[in-house]
Design a binder for this molecule. Structure first.
Ligand code: FEO
Ligand code: CA
Ligand code: CA
Ligand code: CA
Length: 644
């Protein structure tokens, strides 16, 4: 997220554990494989099979059978650019009236808290289209609203005139209502235009104040009880919902990411516990200021409230009567997204990243199997949570190394059984990061989205960047990693429930226009060219055909290390040839995030988040308008499948 101009909380590592053992090992791996030398001759062979050599030398992509569109150049305009033959239109920007009786959005941003509760929220992030009866022209579009821009470019309270120093209960209530989730009943009309269906009973807002439940093994635990909720099972709201997931039983998963930035204290003394520090809670006031008006956000007054955030929230978009559930079995950390797949025996597997420097990749395997056609209400409440360790040992073929999923299970893992910090499994789940530290997980360069290939079951994950990395390891092979990389792994036996895997790196982003020596790690891997380069991969998803869509949330200065990379963007990759092509460029100072297709793959929904986060955009309304986060509806002009 980009909540603050000066402080990006994911950028501050709070991980001081000592899992650095294999830094050495990996350096060997990199040398042995010539991994970073891709494009530089002999040693490149491994990393760029066949056509990619042509890609690098010609500077324009070879003809991947999978990628049918023409790549576009980088751009710095305050506009959306898209591949020729495609159109992107705007749907449901922040403030769009959603509930019956919602007022028209006021163009100066002056709507009050009550209005905001009936309008689409701010800073669209994760998104999913749930078709009605399998249709591709009607469904429920569910959108996360990650945060509100707090300092520079303050839009939600009278842009340019009011600042956070003028916070009051009404403004904080509006901010809380701009967070959360929107559920929109959308239809496509005969002319192909998508719109929100007015007065639909499915239209719904979930905010930072919506009543929901804590469910699973940690529900009711002492550390989840507060004065307002002695049961430890009832919680108000969800916020900082970043990426998302969805289940085969048609529920939506909203992932709570930087929850720590909402908890502060007016107390002069620093009452933070070791665990609160490990989760990045800072002393004193927050930029959001909620703690000034809602006591539960003051950790000195209500120390357990913060333990009730940092979870994955399961929402039934089709049934407003079912309260959202925070699924504690999936662990508590700064959740990015949730990539759901099925194991060979149909148990549910959820892959998850914890987005902060030096944090980990996780997976959950359910106890019970998924049964199509049956009611599967609580499959995510029982199962085993694992954290990833990436080793560097020789693996035949082109993979870099092996890895292991380490159980975060008090009963099954001797390291945790002996650790008195965890009295029971609830403690392990509430303090997942501490448990992962204790079992030797591998520190990664800010894990963002995970995506599972629809045919091979191989898993891909974005490691967005880590410019503070001082010691490398195999999957994170660059110091001061300003560009990021995408890692992938293959589970043993092709079974998502396996506890062993093999992995390699799919791409190292870089800038080969600035760093023209392809031996320079900053030039990126060989599938990065001056024509497709980008930084900070973040959103990630496969379409049904197996194209890998990559969205960026990076530096858009277009200068220095980022010269020629332009605004944040969306690219598409062929996972076999490794070719990458730029498909879309977002408007000024935005991030491109969230991705979902209709069942026919002919409509693609993505989000433009925080356009003009530093005050330099008027997208999408133009003129002198306040910039607004919004969804883009992308179609091919000939009605074809997106990506072809
Ligand atoms: Fe909200 Fe890690 O992005
Ligand atoms: Ca963001
Ligand atoms: Ca993200
Ligand atoms: Ca990001």
């Amino acid at each position: 997220m980009h909540a603050f101009a000066s402080v990006d909380t994911e950028d501050i590592s709070t991980n001081t554990s000592a899992n650095e053992a294999f830094q050495e090992i990996v350096r060997r791996a990199v040398d042995r494989r010539g991994f970073l030398k891709a494009g530089a001759g002999l040693s490149a062979a491994l990393f760029l099979a066949g056509p990619l050599a042509a890609c690098a030398s010609r500077g324009r992509g070879p003809e991947s059978a999978l990628l049918g569109f023409q790549g576009i150049p980088a751009a710095t305009d305050d506009a959306v650019a898209i591949a020729p033959g495609y159109t992107a239109t705007v749907l449901a920007p922040w403030g769009t009236p959603l509930l019956t009786g919602a007022p028209t959005w006021k163009a100066d941003g002056s709507d009050d808290a009550a209005s905001q509760a009936m309008q689409v929220g701010d800073n669209h992030d994760g998104i999913h289209f749930f078709p009605m009866d399998g249709r591709s022209d009607e469904g429920l579009l569910v959108i996360n609203h990650e945060y509100t821009t707090v300092e520079n470019g303050e839009y939600i309270w009278l842009f340019g005139r009011e600042r956070r120093k003028a916070l009051n209960p009404e403004r904080v209530a509006k901010a809380m209502n701009a967070h959360g989730i929107s559920i929109l009943h959308v239809t496509r009309n005969a002319k192909g235009k998508w719109q929100v269906k007015p007065r639909s009973l499915y239209n719904r807002r979930i905010t930072a104040s919506t009543q929901m439940k804590l469910a699973g093994p940690a529900a009711g635990a002492a550390a989840l009880r507060t004065r307002a909720d002695p049961s430890g099972r009832r919680v108000l709201g969800t916020f900082n919902n970043c990426g998302n997931g969805w289940t085969p039983w048609n529920t939506y998963l909203a992932c709570e990411e930087n929850f720590n930035t909402y908890f502060g204290s007016a107390s002069q003394s620093d009452t933070r516990t070791a665990a609160q520090k490990r989760y990045g809670i800072e002393p004193g006031a927050t930029a959001y200021g909620w703690e000034k008006f809602a006591e539960r956000f003051d950790y000195a007054r209500e120390p357990n409230e913060c333990n009730r955030y940092g979870w994955i929230v399961e929402i039934d978009p089709f049934d407003p009567k079912v309260q959202p559930r925070k699924r504690t079995a999936l662990g508590r950390f700064k959740h990015e997204n949730a990539a759901v797949t099925l194991a060979a025996d149909k148990r549910v597997v959820v892959y998850m990243g914890d987005d902060q420097r030096g944090e980990y990749l996780y997976k959950f395997v359910s106890e019970a199997a998924f049964h199509p056609g049956r009611y599967n209400p609580d499959l995510l409440d029982a199962g085993r949570l694992y954290v990833a360790r990436f080793d560097d040992d020789e693996v035949e073929g082109d993979l870099m190394g092996r890895g292991e999923w380490i159980p975060l299970d008090k009963a099954a893992n001797p390291d945790l059984a002996a650790d008195i910090r965890f009295a029971n499994q609830a403690d392990v789940l509430i303090h997942t990061r501490l448990a992962a530290d204790a079992v030797g997980a591998t520190k990664m360069d800010r894990p963002e989205w995970v995506a599972v290939h629809p045919h091979s079951g191989e898993v891909y994950a974005t490691l967005t960047n880590n410019d503070k990395r001082t010691e490398v390891n195999a999957p994170n092979p660059r110091k001061e990693n300003i560009y990021g990389q995408i890692i992938r792994w293959r589970e043993a036996g092709g079974d998502a429930a396996a506890t062993a895997f093999e992995w390699d790196l799919f791409v190292l982003a870089g800038n080969p226009a600035v760093y023209t020596d392809r031996l320079d790690p900053k030039s990126g891997s060989a599938n990065i060219t001056p024509d497709n380069m980008f930084n900070s991969p973040d959103g990630l998803a496969f379409d049904q055909a197996g194209r890998l869509w990559i969205q960026t949330d990076g530096k858009y200065s277009n200068r220095g290390d980022y010269a020629g990379q332009g605004n944040n963007q969306m690219l598409c990759a062929d996972p076999v040839s490794k070719e990458i092509r730029r498909f879309l460029v977002g408007p000024a100072e935005c991030e491109v995030t969230g991705i979902s297709f209709t069942p026919d793959s002919r409509t693609l929904f993505v989000n433009i988040q925080h356009p003009g986060e530093n005050g330099n955009s008027h997208w999408p309304d133009g003129g002198t308008a306040i910039p607004r986060s919004a969804t883009l509806v992308i179609t091919k002009d000939d009605g074809g499948i997106v990506g072809t």
